[in-house]
Design a protein around this ligand. Structure first.
Ligand SMILES: Nc1ncnc2c1ncn2[C@@H]1O[C@H](COP(=O)(O)OP(=O)(O)OP(=O)(O)O)[C@@H](O)[C@H]1O
Length: 606
C-alpha cells in the first residue's frame, strides 16, 4: 500500500463477520441486561422526533396558514416539554451506553491480557512486544464498536426507519414509494465500499502494530542503538512503518471520503424527485402545505437512518479487522498447561531427575537435547558444562516447565512435571539468570517479587545474606529507591546480588543458577560467591557455567555437547578420565585465568 512492507508484523487470518460475532459475543455476558434498556431508550428518541415533526405540521396548517395564534398556546409548551424530555433521555442514554461499553472493554482487555500473559515463553520469543501492546490497547476497542455500539446503532436506526416510514405512508403512500425507490442504491454502494474498507483497515491495524513494535524495540534498546550509532537506521525503520501507516490511513480515508458524497448525491436525487411530485400534489390540493413540509423533513430524517445503517457496514468491517488480530491472540494455546487431574505437590524435597529427555524447539528440527539423563538428590549440586549452544539453558527451561520434553521425562521428587500443577512446579524453583531481570520499582519491591507476602524484616535479612544490604543503604532512598527499568541504575554485580536476595526470599527447594558470574569482572564475580554459597546451602542446585574453575566441587558434573551428555561424574573422576571435561578444563586454565576469577580455593563450590 504505497510503502514496501518488510512485514514487521504479519496480518492475522481473516474471519467472517458471523465468526467474529460468535467469538466475541460471549464477552458481553453479565452486561447483556443493559442492552435492552439501551435499545428502549433509543426507541423514545425517534418517537419524540416524530412528535416534534408532527407539531411542526400542526403549526404550519393551523397557526401559520390560517394566521391563528390560539393553537400555539398548547403547541408551544408541548414542544418545550418534548425538547426537555429528549434532553433528559439523551443524558441517560449517553451514560448507560458509556457504562456498558466501558465495562465490556474492561472485561475483554483483562481477559486478553490474562490469556497472553499465560502463554509460553516460546510465544514471546516469536512475537514483537510492541504489536502485542497495540492489540491489547487499540484493537480491543474496535471490537466494542462491533458488538455493542454497533449493534445498538443498528437497532436504533431500524426503529427510526420503522417510525418514519409509518408516518410517511400515513401522510402520502405514493410519495413514500417514490422516496424509497433509491434505498437499494444505498445498499449497493455500501456493499462495494465495505470490501475496500475492510482491506484498508486490515492494513492500517497491521501497520499500527508494526509501528508500536519498532518503537518498543528501538527505545527498549536505546543504549545499543546509540552505542552503535544506529539512530539513522532505526529512524528509517520507524519512518517506513510510520509512512506505511500513513498510506494505509489515507487509503481508508479516501475510500470513506468518496463514499460520503456519493451517498449524499443519491439522497439528493431522491429528495428532488419527491419534491417535484409533492409540489404537484400540493397544487392539486391532495396535500396541505404543512403536510408537504413535514413530508420533506421526514424524508431527510428517513435517509439518515438508511445512510447510517449503510455506513455501519464499513464500520463493522473495519472493526472486524481488529477483531481478527485479537482472535488470533486468543487462539494461541500455551505450550504447557495443567493436565486434567494435575497433582499438587506443596513443598518438594528437591529431588530432580532428567530421564532420557529429548527436546527440540517448536519449528526447529534440530534436537536441542537428545536422551539427556541425570539425577540430583535433595541438597546436592549438579553442574552443567559445555560449549555455547550445547543445551545448558534448555535444561533450565525444561526444569521450569517452560516447555515439555518430546521424549523422556523431567521429574521432581519422582513425579513427572506434566502430572503436577504448573504453579506448584514453579513455586518449588528459584532462579538466578545470566541476564538479571530487574523490574521498574523500588529495591524492596524487586526483592519481594520472589515472595509477595514477605515482611520488611525478611526482605532486609535476604538482602544481608545476598550481600546487598550495604549498597542498598547507600542508595538515595535505601530500600525505597526506585531502580530504573531493567535496573539500569545498578551495576551488574549489584543487580546480581538483588537477584540472589530475590531467590533467597523465595526459599524454594530447587535452585537454578544460569551463568551467575557471566558478565561480571573478577572482583564482582568474587563478591557474589559468598552470597551464592549461602543461597545454595541446603537446596538442590543446578548450576550452568562456562567457567570450569567454578564447578569443580559440585556433587556431580554433566558435560553436554550438541545436546547430548558426553561425560558425567565428579571433577576428580572426569579430570582423571582425560576426556572432554579434562580437555576443556586444561584449555580454560591456560586461556582464561584472568576472567575466570580466583583459583579453585576461591570458587563457589569450595
Ligand atoms: N527459543 C529458542 N528457539 C529455538 N532454538 C533455540 C531457542 N533457544 C535455544 N535454541 C537452540 O537450542 C540449542 C541449545 O541452546 P541453549 O541456550 O540451551 O544452549 P546453552 O548451552 O545454554 O548456550 P550458552 O552457553 O551460549 O547459553 C542452540 O542450538 C540454540 O540455538
Amino acid at each position: 500500500m504505497g510503502v514496501e512492507s518488510e512485514d514487521v508484523v504479519a496480518a492475522a487470518p481473516p474471519l467472517s463477520l458471523r465468526e467474529v460475532f460468535r467469538r466475541f459475543w460471549p464477552y458481553t455476558r453479565g452486561r447483556r441486561q443493559w442492552i435492552l434498556p439501551l435499545v428502549l431508550l433509543s426507541l423514545v428518541g425517534p418517537l419524540i422526533d416524530a412528535a416534534e415533526l408532527w407539531l411542526f405540521k400542526v403549526v404550519v396548517d393551523e397557526v401559520l396558514v390560517p394566521r391563528d395564534l390560539t393553537p400555539f398556546l398548547w403547541i408551544g409548551p408541548t414542544y418545550a416539554g418534548l425538547i426537555l424530555l429528549s434532553g433528559l433521555l439523551g443524558i441517560g442514554d449517553s451514560l448507560t451506553s458509556a457504562y456498558v461499553s466501558e465495562r465490556f472493554l474492561l472485561a475483554l482487555r483483562s481477559d486478553v491480557f490474562r490469556h497472553v500473559k499465560g502463554l509460553s515463553p516460546g510465544f514471546f520469543e516469536r512475537r514483537r512486544l510492541g504489536d502485542l501492546l497495540s492489540r491489547i490497547t487499540e484493537d480491543v476497542e474496535a471490537i466494542e464498536t462491533f458488538l455493542l455500539s454497533g449493534v445498538v446503532d443498528v437497532f436504533y436506526n431500524l426503529l427510526r426507519l420503522g417510525i418514519f416510514l409509518g408516518l410517511l405512508f400515513y401522510l402520502s403512500w405514493d410519495l413514500t414509494l417514490l422516496a424509497i425507490v433509491i434505498v437499494p442504491l444505498f445498499w449497493g454502494a455500501a456493499r462495494h465500499f465495505s470490501r475496500l474498507i475492510k482491506q484498508a483497515s486490515r492494513e492500517r491495524t497491521r501497520r499500527s502494530g508494526s509501528l508500536s513494535a519498532v518503537v518498543e524495540e528501538s527505545l527498549g534498546n536505546v543504549t545499543l542503538v546509540q552505542a552503535y550509532n544506529r539512530q539513522d537506521w532505526e529512524q528509517d525503520r520507524f519512518e517506513r512503518e510510520n509512512l506505511g501507516r500513513y498510506h494505509a490511513v489515507m487509503t481508508s480515508t479516501r475510500i470513506r471520503a468518496f463514499y460520503g458524497p456519493l451517498v449524499e448525491f443519491i439522497e439528493v436525487l431522491g429528495g428532488l424527485a419527491v419534491m417535484g411530485l409533492g409540489t404537484w400534489k400540493l397544487a392539486q390540493g391532495q396535500l396541505t402545505l404543512g403536510g408537504l413540509l413535514v413530508f420533506l423533513a421526514l424524508i431527510g430524517k428517513l435517509y439518515s437512518p438508511v445512510r447510517d445503517l449503510s455506513r455501519l457496514g464499513p464500520t463493522f468491517y473495519a472493526a472486524s479487522a481488529s477483531a481478527e488480530r485479537i482472535a488470533e491472540l486468543l487462539d494461541q494455546r500455551p505450550q504447557v498447561c495443567d493436565a486434567p487431574g494435575a497433582r499438587r505437590i506443596g513443598r518438594a524435597r528437591g529431588e530432580v531427575e532428567f530421564d532420557g529427555v529429548s527436546f527440540h524447539y517448536p519449528d526447529i528440527s534440530r534436537w536441542a537435547l537428545s536422551d539427556v539423563s541425570f539425577r540430583v538428590g535433595p541438597g546436592e549440586t549438579l553442574a552443567l558444562v559445555g560449549a555455547s549452544g550445547a543445551g545448558k539453558s534448555t535444561v533450565a527451561k525444561l526444569q521450569l516447565r517452560f516447555y515439555d520434553p518430546d521424549r523422556g521425562a523431567v521429574r521432581l521428587d519422582g513425579v513427572d512435571l506434566r502430572e503436577l500443577v504448573l504453579s506448584d512446579v514453579r513455586d518449588n524453583v528459584a532462579v538466578v539468570l545470566q541476564e538479571t531481570l530487574v523490574l521498574h520499582g523500588t529495591v524492596r519491591e524487586n526483592i519481594a517479587y520472589g515472595r509477595p507476602d514477605a515482611t520488611d524484616a525478611e526482605i532486609v535479612e535476604a538482602a544481608r545474606a545476598a550481600d546487598a544490604d550495604e549498597f542498598v543503604r547507600l542508595l538515595p532512598d535505601g530500600y525505597d529507591t526506585v531502580v530504573g527499568q531493567r535496573g539500569r541504575m545498578l551495576s551488574g554485580g549489584q543487580r546480581q546480588r538483588l537477584a540472589i536476595a530475590r531467590a533467597m526470599i523465595r526459599d524454594a527447594p530447587v535452585l537454578l543458577l544460569d551463568e551467575p558470574t557471566t558478565g561480571l569482572d573478577a572482583e564482582s564475580g568474587r563478591r557474589i560467591m559468598d552470597p551464592l554459597r549461602r543461597l545454595m546451602a541446603g537446596r538442590t542446585t543446578i548450576v550452568i557455567s562456562h567457567n570450569l574453575l567454578t564447578v569443580r566441587d559440585a556433587t556431580r558434573i554433566v558435560v553436554l555437547d550438541h545436546g547430548r551428555v558426553v561425560e558425567s561424574g565428579t571433577h576428580d573422576d572426569l579430570f582423571l578420565r582425560g576426556g572432554t571435561y579434562a580437555r576443556l578444563h586444561r584449555l580454560h586454565a591456560t586461556t582464561a585465568p584472568a576472567q575466570a576469577g580466583p583459583p579453585p580455593q576461591g570458587t563457589v563450590w569450595s
